[in-house]
Design a protein around this ligand. Structure first.
Ligand code: 5GP
Ligand code: ZN
Length: 116
């Protein structure tokens, strides 16, 4: 998909907006969330623009695996000891506010279920 000019995460991938990057590869970038909801809150995004996880899965299935693998590696680097939550918010009603696929990695505290 062609990146929209106004996509915030495309701008972070391009380096036009600064971010605290914790991991990168040819296909994904991981950076700290600006408004963290846990001691570790990292967003893992594909370099390519897709609106959500399902659209990325349809277009580039291997990159979805890449997001999960990158999240696991960052969790390890952060010392989370295999205790963390991965979230893809999809659609405004589910809490999605940036329409460029991103996997939330949250850890460093105990979480409740169900989510709010
Ligand atoms: P969503 O609500 O779409 O699932 O997640 C978007 C996330 O992006 C939010 O957790 C929000 O705090 C984060 N965010 C919004 N703007 C920026 C930004 O400019 N830089 C970074 N690092 N995170 C951002
Ligand atoms: Zn984008």
């Amino acid at each position: 998909m062609t990146a929209p000019d106004d996509c915030l995460f495309c701008k972070i991938v391009a380096g036009d907006i600064p971010a605290d990057v914790v991991h990168e590869s040819d296909t994904v970038l991981a950076f700290r969330d600006l408004n963290p909801q846990a001691p570790t809150h990292v967003l893992v995004v594909p370099r390519s623009h897709h609106a959500n996880a399902a659209e990325l899965a349809a277009a580039e299935p291997a990159t979805v695996a890449g997001l999960v693998a990158a999240a696991a590696r960052v969790a390890d680097d952060e010392g989370l000891d295999g205790q963390y939550r991965l979230v893809f918010n999809t659609g405004a009603d589910a809490g999605q506010s940036v329409f460029h696929t991103h996997l939330h990695l949250l850890g460093g505290r105990r979480f409740t279920w169900p989510p709010g």
